[in-house]
Design a binder for this molecule. Structure first.
Ligand SMILES: Cc1ncc(COP(=O)(O)O)c(C=O)c1O
Length: 401
């Protein structure tokens, strides 16, 4: 949890600015707020880190995904290609937009592959929900090509990849809309918060109104505003934005430290036969929040996790532990169980979710073990961890040798 590792006086100062005025609402109250606009400043900082033309802060990464879909005009009855490996919010957002998720294969990048997307396209496919997993990034050149050829809208859920880039462009900025999560576990946190980014002015305006009951935010009298569209309340509060502002300023430093620690671990662990790492489509753009290690197969990954537990190393496998990131844990979704009646209950499923054929995704996730990188580790701690990980892996793999 690197963002929270560095929680300090900077965050307290930004929060205090808000408390001094008592204006916790991000809009209006111009006379009382003493020119304190934390949501706006947070958005400006996100634009600085990512290079986005427009950024719109909301209440969570999940509502940012919803905004990204709505702002791009994706909704009722549209088929949206999604990965089976993601935090479930990416799929829930598609369902709550009224659209129909179609699962496709990922590859060793841990993200949807271009060939996986291609194989899942039907005449009803409107969009691709590309999720940049575990701090890394997808193979953008190939994916952009497929989207262009098939006229598909690209939406990027970079919930886990704020600070990552591909060939110099931040992930989240390749598609029509993109988004980041700033929840408690991310490289920068608001406590709860999210940001939608785009280079398309109309998409930004759509998100700005959609996330606040359709308010147009013209003028400084909320009671007199127009409501050009229907929306809902996905607003971020000023306190959360204040924390996000202080945290986002720290991202370049956190990323540098993460990369240093991850490189040191990789160079030690790559000496062990049988160990490899997830593919980074652009290694220079890694946010390095996770070390993502592959073992030869699911069985050896399971044994390694057992050894890690015994040695108190940490690290987890998304297949065996109920981290809620892989489709094998989404039985409610497979059976379409929902308190709310969703359009998919009326329109039907585009695939039989209980009988999906996703062998590549199963194989990739089954032999994956991820570690959260900490930016505050000392060099000695990194060395000691590498040693411990190495010993556990060698012990677990020796069983089959
Ligand atoms: C890829 C991805 N998308 C969306 C979300 C949802 O973000 P939040 O927890 O801020 O709602 C997460 C959260 O972990 C995520 O990992």
């Amino acid at each position: 949890m690197p963002g929270t590792e560095l929680f300090g006086i900077e965050e307290k100062k930004e929060i205090n600015d808000v408390l001094e005025t008592g204006i916790l609402f991000r809009y209006n109250h111009d006379a009382q707020r003493n020119n304190i606009w934390k949501a706006r400043e947070f958005e400006a900082e996100v634009k600085k880190v990512t290079g986005a033309k427009f950024a719109h802060a909301v209440s969570s990464g999940s509502t940012a995904v919803s905004c990204a879909l709505a702002a791009a005009g994706i909704g009722a009855g549209d088929e949206v290609i999604v990965p089976p490996f993601t935090y479930i919010a990416s799929v829930e957002a598609v369902l709550f937009a009224g659209a129909l998720p179609v699962f496709a294969e990922i590859d060793e990048t841990l993200c949807l592959s271009a060939s996986g997307i291609k194989a899942a396209i039907t005449p009803k496919t409107k969009a691709v929900m590309l999720v940049h997993m575990c701090g890394g990034m997808a193979q953008m050149d190939e994916i952009l090509k497929v989207c262009k050829e098939h006229n598909l809208t690209l939406i990027e859920d970079a919930g886990q990849a704020f600070g990552a880039s591909y060939k110099g462009t931040s992930v989240g900025l390749f598609g029509k809309t993109g988004c980041y999560s700033f929840d408690f576990f991310k490289i920068a946190t608001c406590g709860e918060g999210g940001v939608m980014v785009t280079n398309d002015e109309q998409a930004y305006k759509n998100a700005d109104s959609y996330s606040d009951h359709g308010h147009d935010h013209v003028g400084n009298n909320r009671g007199m505003e127009q409501h050009p569209v229907i929306g809902f309340n996905y607003r971020i509060g000023e306190i959360n934005a204040a924390i996000g502002l202080a945290q986002t300023r720290k991202v370049p430093h956190i990323r540098e430290k993460n990369r240093e620690h991850k490189n040191a671990l990789v160079s030690e662990l790559s000496k062990i036969p049988g160990v490899s790492f997830s593919t980074l489509a652009d290694p220079a753009g890694d946010s390095a929040t996770f070390l993502n290690m592959f073992l030869p197969d699911t069985e050896s990954a399971k044994r390694v996790v057992d050894e890690f537990n015994k040695a108190g190393v940490g690290g987890f496998n998304y297949w065996f532990i109920n981290m809620y990131h892989f489709i094998n844990q989404w039985n409610h979704l497979k059976d379409l169980k929902s308190a709310a009646k969703l359009p998919i209950h009326v329109l039907g499923t585009p695939q039989d979710y209980n009988n999906l054929h996703l062998p590549k995704s199963q194989e990739v996730v089954g032999r994956l073990i991820s570690f959260g990188i900490r930016c505050t580790w000392t060099q000695e701690e990194v060395k000691a961890l590498a040693k411990k990980i190495g010993a556990s892996v060698e012990k677990a793999l020796a069983v089959t040798a």
